[in-house]
Design a protein around this ligand. Structure first.
Ligand code: NAD
Ligand code: TYD
Length: 366
């Protein structure tokens, strides 16, 4: 039985990981630590909040004393670190929070883990610090470059990816220097339920329903490698169970898409849902699909993102071979589930979209 501290567990991937873990390992104890920034939402954990094995703590990963207390009081043996500022556009307009949370916050967790697990009277055997990172640390690829492997040199291009790269290096150093049992996973772009609607896929779905523009940065030919979020949780599970300490594991689904093609695919899927389910026209009367009009006409090319990485692609051969990893969801099934989830969970996305997010969007597009 494990005792997990999950940082950022009220965010998109963290919450999906908590659902996955508690369904699969129901005897494990799970403590979520989350600062509930604009991206964190306690409602993401509604389905587990009454479970006796679940505890939610509202707090910041930069608070080293709090982390030490949680590690001791809950006898934590496994720390899974998701908490981060995660949106590239926000990192361009306001990098400070990224430096603070992604670098200083990770450093604070490492210091706390070292103090409690290594520096006491005895070393905690079998402890694990798992760091959740991104393929963006490897930089950008041309259309013909081979995909990123774990040996690809780090070359981060945005304040977000630079802050994640810095945190990856600190995690590595805490293993090499102090012997902390660490693993790191570098995953490609995720999509699925609870994805905050500032990121491309949920933004497109919700904008279609509101009948607002679908903004395509630059020429829309940038490529991302998309993975259903539960398959990310599954990959982390395998790394925690069988991954070698001190190693990095790439996680990806071999699923590269140009942005413009993703947007067109989602437009068609939403239109099909409106044809199948007549209630949708009543629930979302603004949507073009409610009037059998063409949704793609909402596509609007806008100014490109500064320093926009052209292509990401993950070579997950090491994870596939060493841990027998294979995503369970195809893109076809994953994106259909995702569209259905947003159609069925309007209350969720309407509630996360009011407040600070809306103000930020207004500033960006004014
Ligand atoms: P998210 O922005 O949806 O969630 C981040 C969570 O961290 C939120 O709940 C937020 O409240 C919390 N948080 C932020 N700052 C905090 C702080 N100082 N202390 C405590 N909690 C804090 O992010 P996500 O998309 O779920 O990403 C989770 C992790 O996965 C990140 O480390 C990210 O770099 C990594 N990752 C994301 C993707 C992706 O496609 N989204 C892909 C690969 C890796
Ligand atoms: P995003 O979801 O922000 O993830 P990341 O930047 O971490 O890959 O963006 C995915 C891609 O979609 C990226 O190339 C930027 C692009 N994009 C748009 O074209 N329009 C948008 O409104 C957004 C949010 C993203």
């Amino acid at each position: 039985m494990k005792k997990l501290l999950v940082t950022g567990g009220a965010g998109f991937i963290g919450a999906n990981f908590v659902h996955y873990w508690m369904a699969k390992y129901s005897a494990d104890k799970v403590v979520v630590l989350d600062a509930l920034t604009y991206a964190g939402n306690i409602a993401n954990l509604d389905s587990v909040k009454d479970d006796a094995n679940f505890t939610f703590v509202h707090g910041n990963i930069c608070d080293q004393a709090l982390i030490e207390t949680l590690l001791v009081e809950h006898s934590i043996d496994t720390l899974v670190h998701f908490a981060a500022e995660s949106h590239v556009d926000r990192s361009i307009t306001g990098p400070d929070a990224f430096i603070e949370t992604n670098i200083i916050g990770t450093y604070s967790l490492l210091k706390a883990a070292k103090k409690v697990w290594l520096d006491g009277d005895s070393i905690l055997a079998g402890h694990r610090f798992h760091h959740v990172s991104t393929d963006e640390v490897y930089g950008t690829l041309s259309p013909t470059d081979p995909a990123f492997t774990e040996d690809t040199a780090y070359a981060p291009n945005s304040p977000y990816s630079a802050s994640k790269a810095a945190s990856d290096h600190l995690v590595r150093a805490y293993h090499h220097t102090y012997g902390l049992n660490v693993t790191t996973s570098n995953c490609s772009n995720n999509y699925g339920p609870f994805h905050f609607p500032e990121k491309l896929i949920p933004l497109v779905i919700t904008n279609i329903l509101h009948d607002t523009a679908l903004p395509i940065y630059g020429d829309g030919q940038q490529i991302r490698d998309w993975l259903y979020v539960e398959d990310h949780a599954y990959g982390i599970d395998l790394v925690l169970q069988d991954g070698r300490v001190g190693e990095n594991y790439n996680i990806g689904g071999d699923n590269e898409w140009a942005n413009i093609d993703i947007v067109k695919t989602i437009s068609k899927l939403v239109e099909q849902e409106f044809i199948k389910n007549k209630d949708l026209a009543t629930r979302f009367p603004a949507a073009k699909a409610a009037r059998a009009q063409n949704t793609e006409s909402l596509i609007t090319y806008v100014k490109d993102r500064l320093g926009h990485d052209r292509r990401y692609a993950i070579d997950a051969t090491k994870t596939n071979n060493e841990l027998s990893y294979k995503p369970k969801e195809s893109f076809e099934t994953g994106i259909a589930k995702t569209v259905a989830w947003y159609l069925n969970n309007e209350a969720w996305w309407q509630s996360v979209m009011d407040g600070s997010y809306q103000n930020w969007i207004a500033e960006q597009y004014s």
